[in-house]
Structures are given as C-alpha cells and as structure tokens.
Design a binder for this molecule. Structure first.
Ligand code: FRU
Length: 511
C-alpha cells in the first residue's frame, strides 16, 4: 500500500488512491466474495453510512459544498480494526443517501502525517475548501504528544486545500501549520475545529493537562496558515483516576466542537468514552467560554461528534457509533463502526441541548406498519399495535404516553431484541432501555415521547428530544420483530406510529 504514496517537494500532492486493498485477514477471498459476505451480514446497518468494508471511526469535516453534502471519516483501508488512518469520503444530496468516493486524504511517508491523518474540520475559505486535520508521526516518547500506552505520536495541525468542485483532489500545505506547545504536562493535541469572525479565523484544538483536565486550546489566524496561540477557550476537570491513556480519565478532550446556538454557545467534547455537552456564554472580549449547563449527549455507543450547518443553516450533529465487540469478532465480520443518523440540535428554554433526528431521515420511512392517536378506542389501538411487524431489523417506532408506568418490546423468534420500560416515581422518570437506565425529572402526568430507529445491530433511541441512547445488539436475528406490549400500556398510549425503513443501498454496502 505504501508504494502508492508519493512525496512531492513543496506542496504535497494527495496520493492517487484506487480501490482500498482487500482486508489482509480475507486474503484469498475475491473482492466479490467478500462483498457478498458483507452484503449478507444481517448485523450490518442498511440505513446508516458506513464504508463498504473495513474499519471506520470519527466523522471528519462534514460540509455542504456546491449543493451537496460531503462527509469524510476516519478509515483504515487495510483492516476492520483501528489503524493507518485515512480520510474516507462520501457525498449525498440529503445527508441520508450516500455515494462513496475515493479516499480524500492519505498519510504521506516521511512527513508529519506519515502515521495517520487524524480527525479535523472542513471550512469554506472564500471559495476554496480547506481541511484542518491532525497529522501524526511516530517519534520517541520524549517528543510525543500522544502517549496512550500503545503509541507515541507527535501531533501537528495540518492544512489541505481543494479547488475541485467535487472535493476529490486535495493538496497538502508544505508544512504543518501548528506545532504542539512544548509543555511536558500536555496530554494530547488533536482534532481541530474552526469558526470565522469577520476576517479572523479561530481554531480550537483538543488537548489537556495531566492531573488537571481536558482543554480546548484556542488559536487565531487570518490566512489559515500562520496561527497565533491565545489561551484555553474552555477547561475541564480530571476525574481523579490515574490512567495510562489520559483520554480515559478526562485529562484529554477529543474532538471538541464549539458553536453559537439559540442565543448561547455550545461546547461538545469526547472523553472517557462519552460525549459531553455544555451550554453557556462566550466572553467575546476575553474569548473564554463560561459554562452554565451540562449533560451527556448520548448515554450509549456514540463518540467523536462533529457538527456542521446544513443547507438551511440548521446545526447538524454527526457522531461515530462504535462497536461493542472484541477485535477478533470485528476481523471475522470484515467491518466495524458506522455513522449515526444526522441529528438537528436546538436549545430548550432552560438552555439544555435538544436533538431530533434530522427531518431528512423521514425519507427512510416506507410502509406504515401501524398508527393511532389518543382518540382511538382500545380495540383500534390493540389492532394497530399488533400490526407492527418489522422485517429485516429495519424499522422506526414512535410512541407517546403520560402513564406512570409503561413498557414495550420489539421481539424476534428468540425473544426481546429491543425493549423499553418506563416508571415514574416521586417526580423522577426511570427509563430502562435494553437493560440500561436513564433517569430524569418528570412531574406526574408529563408526556414521555419516545422514538427508536432500529437498523440491524444499531438502535438509536430518543426521549423528549433530550435523553438519547444508542445501543448495539449483536445476536443473530431470528425472523421479523413484532411489537409486544402489555395491552393496558398500549391502551394508555396517546400516540403510536411505526414504519418499515427503506435501505439506502440494495446490498448493505451503502455504495
Ligand atoms: C477519537 C479519536 C480522535 C483522533 C481519531 C484517530 O475517536 O481518537 O481523537 O483524531 O480518533 O482515529
């Protein structure tokens, strides 16, 4: 693979990239046979973006460009486990249906990104598309900024630009544009995000200080090439636990993002396996964020979030849905990871971050499987509910209830695939979703609005636009999923609707 990479003096030309090589673990199997196997894997999502094979992680540089959405993401072209990070590229008219394009960024041997093109952002620089990303290069531990027990990488912020309308050709700037601060307590230096204020670009980098906590370090520039360090835009807390990998102890923030929304500012970051949101005020004079409210973006399998503005100016959240099974099973499956569906962000009156699956995802809805409103009689509710039979683990269900206690289950021939139990006690609602609990304040009689999208091994669940849980389910399915609920619970529901979802590609390869 390395022979395909070229190093050009001065500007670095992006290597010509052809089809990714076959997984090394599947050497001996033809490309067709491997694709056929992946296309027949019932646990591979059909409505979520994922590469045709191999490993993916973080969304990178999502951008609406010349009338189309472009998504890049961390991708290993050689295996279904993490490593050798490239930027894969897909494009879409609507953020839901995708077409894969050749890899956009690949490591350049001998250069600052020789060991990986890590996460970053894409912006419109007066008609030229620009990517700011983290290049990593293996170095001795004393020069490294990333030390996680397995790797010693030096992280620098790199620039690539494109004047190609389809964003397929990228040219790397001759040298990294930001070197890491020479601070021995630095816990990492990666995943830049940007915004522009007048003629000035601001860039934040995910970082942190040992035994103190995560940081977003703020820089300023007029040309995206020459950057001046300002100070931390935001600072977090160490969780007090010693850990070899500072990401596991809140000492390092990955993939921070920062933007204005609903009259406030929102900070997002990934650390210790979770994504945190904070809302508050940006002191525009000091350029420091003051946090007022905070919470968890998703209680389940969701990481490395990144936002963009859609064609209508709405703030769209993307995230990586990681796997919850061991590497040996990923290698055997030949694929790992997928992109969560786009979620539109807003703030509620209290200043909490709300999210809804973006409107565009309603295009996935096919045949209606059942529907009733509050006014329906008990018999109608029962018969509509019993008609909810989801084929191929690819469906959506919404329901609303004001009851103190209710539950439902979507079950195949082997039992519950996905289940919800809700119980309100003394003003606290407890939801148990596939065994995982979420609690939140809920006065007696308040509505609980639920929505779940099931797509093979992925279930994205939303409650009242505030409490979100993405689950992974790996059991081999046995037939269709039927809605099973206590008849009294069903009768007490004020709304129910379910749809069969339409796959975004004919063969689970999302190509
Ligand atoms: C988050 C992350 C980023 C990094 C990338 C490498 O999942 O660790 O911090 O840039 O993945 O693939």
């Amino acid at each position: 693979m390395f022979t395909r990479r070229r190093f050009v003096q001065g500007l670095l030309a992006a290597p010509a990239i052809t089809q990714p090589p076959l997984l090394k673990h599947f050497a001996g199997i033809s490309a067709e046979a491997l694709s056929a196997r992946l296309a027949a894997d019932p646990l591979r999502p059909q409505c979520h973006l994922l590469p045709a094979r191999n490993w993916m992680n973080d969304p990178n540089g999502p951008i609406f460009w010349k009338g189309r959405y472009h998504m890049f993401f961390q991708y290993n072209p050689g295996a279904a486990v993490w490593g050798d990070m490239h930027w894969a590229h897909a494009t879409s008219p609507d953020m839901v249906h995708w077409e894969h394009l050749p890899v956009a960024l690949a490591p350049t041997p001998g250069w600052a990104d020789a060991d990986g093109c890590f996460t970053g952002s894409a912006v419109d620089d007066n008609g030229t598309a620009a990517i700011l990303y983290t290049g990593v290069q293996a170095v001795p531990a004393e020069r490294a900024t990333l030390r996680d027990g397995a790797h010693t990488f030096r992280e620098t912020q790199c620039l690539a630009t494109s004047r190609d309308a389809t964003l397929q050709k990228w040219t790397k700037w001759k040298e990294p544009v930001i070197q890491p601060p020479p601070d021995p307590l630095l816990t990492g230096f990666r995943d830049p995000f940007l915004w522009k204020d007048g003629a000035v670009w601001y860039l934040g980098v995910g970082s942190g200080v040992q035994k103190q906590g995560g940081r977003a370090l703020l820089y300023r520039s007029r040309d995206l090439r020459s950057w001046e360090y300002l100070h931390p835009l935001a600072s977090g807390q160490w969780n007090g636990k010693e850990n070899i990998n500072p990401v596991d102890s809140g000492e390092m923030w990955e993939c921070p993002d920062f933007f204005a929304l609903g009259g406030k500012h929102v900070l997002l970051y990934s650390t210790a396996g979770e994504v945190a949101w904070e809302t508050g005020e940006l002191d525009a004079k000091e350029m420091v964020f003051h946090s007022q409210r905070r919470g968890l973006l998703d209680h389940g399998a969701y990481y490395a979030q990144k936002t963009q503005l859609d064609a209508h100016g709405a703030r769209i959240l993307w995230g990586w849905i990681p796997e919850r099974r061991p590497d040996t099973e990923l290698i055997a499956a030949g694929w790992a990871g997928c992109m969560a569906l786009p979620r539109e962000l807003s703030l509620n009156a209290a200043g909490d971050l709300e999210m809804r699956v973006a409107r565009a995802a309603e295009k996935l809805r096919g045949r209606s499987l059942g529907k009733f409103e509050a006014s329906a009689g008990a018999e109608k509710k029962r018969s509509e509910a019993s008609g909810v039979v989801i084929e191929g683990i690819c469906g959506e269900l919404v329901c609303t209830s004001s009851a103190e206690k209710f539950g439902l289950e979507l079950a195949d021939g082997a039992g519950a695939w996905w289940s919800l139990a809700a119980k309100r006690d003394a003003g606290t609602m407890r939801l148990t979703v596939n065994g995982k609990n979420i609690e939140f304040p809920s006065p007696a009689g308040a509505e609980t609005r639920c929505r779940v999208i099931l797509d093979a091994s992925v279930a994205e669940f939303f409650c009242n636009d505030l409490h979100v849980l993405t689950t992974r389910i790996y059991r081999q399915p046995q037939g269709a999923l039927r809605l099973q609920g206590n008849p009294d619970d069903v009768a007490a529901m004020t709304r129910l609707e379910a749809w069969q979802l339409k796959p975004i590609s004919k063969d689970r390869l999302t190509a």
